[in-house]
Design a protein around this ligand. Structure first.
Ligand SMILES: CC(C)(COP(=O)(O)OP(=O)(O)OC[C@H]1O[C@@H](n2cnc3c(N)ncnc32)[C@H](O)[C@@H]1OP(=O)(O)O)[C@@H](O)C(=O)NCCC(=O)NCCS
Length: 291
């Protein structure tokens, strides 16, 4: 059967078909977002196709953050083709390649559907990453009046990457660059030093996914969020903070803007490795799929 359903690398041309595989399981990443993921994966995106029709039936990719960490993402099997071993095949292929490269930390954010498979493959749970949502009013929200917060430019990329590296535990410059160039990033810059930053992906019209929200202090984190939300009036906004036991301030900040929690993912790592992370200044992960 494996011969009937060959596994191959995905290229940017597959973004539309990959988006359709996602749509079959109610994942709504647009072809543009898929292009970002395929580009970030640097040849690490795979798909299983039907050899006759060429139709893409399953996907999975990994994004490497230097030699330190790899993030597995977008593991999806088309609704009609589940239970045939496609996700396992893609996962085993990716893990094998990453282990040959001797990447010490192989991580992912698991949905409840994916978790049983990941556990069988040797991943263990680290902590929950819940999903919170709100719909902002059409009126402008009050200005937090913090003079040190502004929109980031590419000139800030090096310093933001260095700040994020300490929090996350690995460098994500290529991802942060796309966020600054194509989405939105705000930075709290005091005397030339980054004290925090917040990014927002705009996956579709009037929707924003806040991610990469980090600050030294809860007040600074709240001011960053207030600045971002002021620009996002009328948007449906989502954010994925680490579970409350890891950051006790985040829930009260989110409740100010009527965010409500609806499900989420579990952060996992392969094997007994402890990831390098400074969770004390983490208010939201970048995104499921990016860490
Ligand atoms: C999760 C998903 C990718 C699995 O794809 P799949 O191709 O059907 O998975 P496979 O056929 O390779 O099954 C893999 C293994 O997981 C097991 N498994 C899959 N779903 C399971 C479930 N709900 N409960 C228990 N075990 C499950 C299978 O029994 C199989 O075990 P085996 O290899 O030891 O026999 C698919 O359900 C999906 O696309 N879900 C929606 C998107 C999603 O949540 N993706 C995960 C993102 S983290």
């Amino acid at each position: 059967m494996a011969g009937d359903f060959p596994l191959r690398r995905l290229t940017l041309k597959d973004a539309g078909a990959a988006s359709a595989v996602g749509n079959s399981v109610d994942w709504d990443h647009s072809p543009k977002v898929w292009q970002h993921f395929i580009r970030w994966s640097e040849q690490g995106a795979y798909g299983i196709t039907d050899w006759r029709s060429g139709e893409l039936l399953a996907t999975g990719l990994s994004i490497r953050y230097a030699q330190q960490r790899a993030w597995i993402a977008m593991v999806i099997t088309h609704r009609r083709y589940q239970g045939l071993g496609f996700a396992r095949r893609i996962m085993e292929t990716m893990i094998d390649k990453l282990q040959k490269r001797e990447i010490p930390e192989i991580m992912l954010d698991a949905s409840s559907f994916g978790r049983p498979l990941y556990e069988k493959l040797g991943f263990r749970a680290l902590y929950d990453v819940p999903y919170w949502q709100t719909v902002l009013p059409e009126q402008r929200l009050p200005d937090p009046k913090v003079k040190t917060i502004r929109r980031a430019t590419l000139d800030d990329l090096g310093k933001i990457t260095a700040f994020d590296h300490v929090t996350f535990g690995a460098p994500r410059e290529h991802v942060l660059k796309t966020f600054i160039e194509e989405y939105r990033v705000w930075v709290d810059m005091r005397d030339g030093e980054v004290h925090g930053f917040l990014g927002a992906m705009i996956p579709k019209r009037r929707a924003a996914s806040i991610g990469g929200w980090q600050h030294h202090t809860p007040d600074g984190a709240a001011a960053l969020l207030a600045t971002a939300l002021r620009d996002l009036r009328g948007y449906a906004v989502s954010v994925s903070p680490p579970e409350a036991s890891l950051n006790s301030h985040v829930e009260s900040i989110l409740k100010t803007y009527h965010f409500a929690s609806t499900g989420g993912c579990t952060r996992m790592i392969l094997g007994d490795v402890e990831p390098l992370e400074d969770r004390s200044r983490l208010y939201s992960i970048m995104a499921y799929g990016l860490g």
